[in-house]
Design a protein around this ligand. Structure first.
Ligand SMILES: [Zn+2]
Length: 275
């Protein structure tokens, strides 16, 4: 069946696209490569094969997004050499590829906005922003630092990463500016939906065109939206993982080792708050 690709609008056979990229679900998979979705409103766990997918993109556009995802996966799961400098409350990552990582971020925000899945029902960009971001993605131009910037915080839980929780994205205000808050892949992602013409109080926290990114550190136990959920679902168990954060793994092997550990611990949850 041919339909229009949401990005390039060409009539073609559409691929099943992930809204949140597959690599960010990986730690939630069980041994049969399914991930468990636990609804806070339903008693039964539902099993899905490969995360939330929708027919959105043609093969070419899907490949375009996959390239950003490959890069982001290397950054977040290890496999790429990055410079990191610890500060109080955050780690400064330098030598990041601004273009690829920013396009990766924009592609998630845009996909969530056009998605019809109930998990993303609160994410709806203004039509003008949605089409502006679509154009940025088509042209592969990430804009500057203050255009739809994103703030990232790594979530820790009992000093270990909380990589296996997805929360329903919400509309929030940050310093009075509209934004969407996502929680997935062990991080809180706050997407600003504004294009600021002047630097402001948020600019310093955005991934910037100088290839720098501040990754804030957030203790899950002090992060209200997660506290309740963490208490409900998490098996409170002291585990030992060499490195406290996913993105600090220097090798694929090290990340895999920790992934295997987490799979065995069966700390799996996706929060799909669907009525
Ligand atoms: Zn397309």
């Amino acid at each position: 069946m041919n339909t229009l690709c949401a990005l390039c609008k060409s009539a073609s056979k559409l691929m099943s696209s992930h809204i949140i990229p597959e690599f960010l679900y990986k730690t939630m998979y069980d041994q049969k490569h399914r991930f468990r979705e636990i609804s806070t409103l339903k008693d039964k766990d539902k099993f899905h094969q490969k995360g939330i997918k929708e027919k959105l993109l043609c093969t070419q556009c899907e490949a375009k997004f996959s390239a950003y995802e490959r890069y982001a996966s290397l950054v977040l799961n290890g496999g790429i050499e990055l410079n990191m400098l610890g500060h109080k409350g955050y780690v400064l990552v330098t030598e990041l590829d601004y273009e690829k990582f920013k396009l990766f971020q924009l592609s998630i925000l845009w996909r969530a906005s056009i998605s019809e899945h109930p998990l993303f029902k609160e994410v709806k960009l203004e039509t003008s922003d949605e089409s502006k971001i679509r154009e940025m993605l088509i042209l592969e131009k990430p804009g500057d630092t203050n255009a739809y910037g994103c703030i990232i915080a790594a979530i820790t839980f009992i000093e270990n990463p909380l990589t296996d929780v997805i929360l329903q994205p919400e509309k929030i205000k940050i310093y009075g500016h509209p934004a969407y808050r996502f929680v997935f892949g062990g991080f809180i992602w706050i997407f600003s939906t504004s294009v600021f013409t002047q630097p402001n109080e948020l600019s310093d926290s955005f991934l910037n065109s100088e290839n720098q990114l501040k990754v804030y550190l957030k203790d899950a136990e002090k992060y209200q939206p997660l506290v309740e959920i963490a208490q409900k679902v998490y098996i409170k168990k002291q585990i030992s993982i060499k490195s406290p954060f996913n993105w600090r793994y220097r090798s694929i092997e090290e990340a895999q080792e920790s992934f295997i550990y987490r799979s065995n611990a069966k700390k799996i949850a996706i929060f799909n708050v669907i009525a």
